[in-house]
Write a protein that binds this ligand. Structure first.
Ligand code: AMP
Length: 209
């Protein structure tokens, strides 16, 4: 199944993707994780995008589209994928439609206040990208990922000023995709307020898996 996870930062897309990959046996492709890995590796791409990520702004469409196009062409993404954090603009959605036919777009519905609460406590594994929360779901051992033993840290863009910027960018550039995909009959709205396990149950039922 070819899925897009759409929703504001902190809606739980990454967390649900971590659960859904086991159910669907398809890769979880997070453009945010790919950009962060490039920043950590100090690659040419990483040097180009670091300041943009730290400020909570969007990487340009051309760079992002080329990266996703290349990733989706790989063997493991042929039968299906979960795209998390892409597309984020209408031009990205149009480009995606030209090289891959998506089956469903899962829209994570959540109010801003819940987003701020989640992002300000979010902890992420630097190695596998798994998400924890300082209060509601801390790693068993502080600073260490339960799943792969990688380092668990707070993203620079989960600091308050960047959170506000990312929400503004979401409202202006990404939220229009809700109507874009609804008009194409692909949208599946999910109430993203409950805890991850419950959202996982709702997701499973809605997709019949
Ligand atoms: P995320 O982990 O999805 O919140 O993404 C983290 C950051 O990576 C974003 O704030 C952007 O700077 C960048 N990014 C991720 N996905 C995209 C995208 N589809 N288009 C442009 N920038 C992106």
């Amino acid at each position: 199944m070819k899925l897009i996870f759409l929703g504001p930062p902190g809606a739980g897309k990454g967390t649900l993707a971590g659960i859904a990959v086991d159910m669907l046996k398809t890769p979880h492709i997070s453009t945010g994780n790919i950009f962060r890995a490039a920043v950590s590796a100090q690659s040419e791409l990483g040097r180009k995008v670091k300041a943009i990520l730290d400020a909570g702004k969007l990487v340009d469409d051309e760079t992002t589209i080329a990266l996703v196009r290349e990733r989706l062409a790989r063997e493991d993404a042929r039968a299906g994928y979960i795209l998390d954090g892409f597309p984020r603009t209408i031009p990205q959605a149009e480009a995606l439609a030209s090289f891959s036919a998506v089956d469903r777009v899962v829209n994570f519905d959540i109010p801003d206040v819940s987003v701020v609460e989640r992002l300000s406590g979010r902890l992420v594994c630097r190695a596998c990208g798994f998400n924890f929360h300082a209060v509601s779901n801390p790693p068993a051992k502080a600073g260490v990922c339960n799943h792969c033993g990688g380092e668990v840290y707070t993203r620079d863009d989960d600091k308050p000023a960047a959170i506000e910027k990312r929400l503004q960018v979401y409202r202006e550039q990404t939220a229009p995709l809700i109507d874009y995909y609804r008009a194409r009959g692909l949208l599946l709205d999910i109430d993203a307020r409950p805890a991850a396990e419950e959202v996982g149950r709702i997701f499973r039922k809605a997709l019949g898996i």
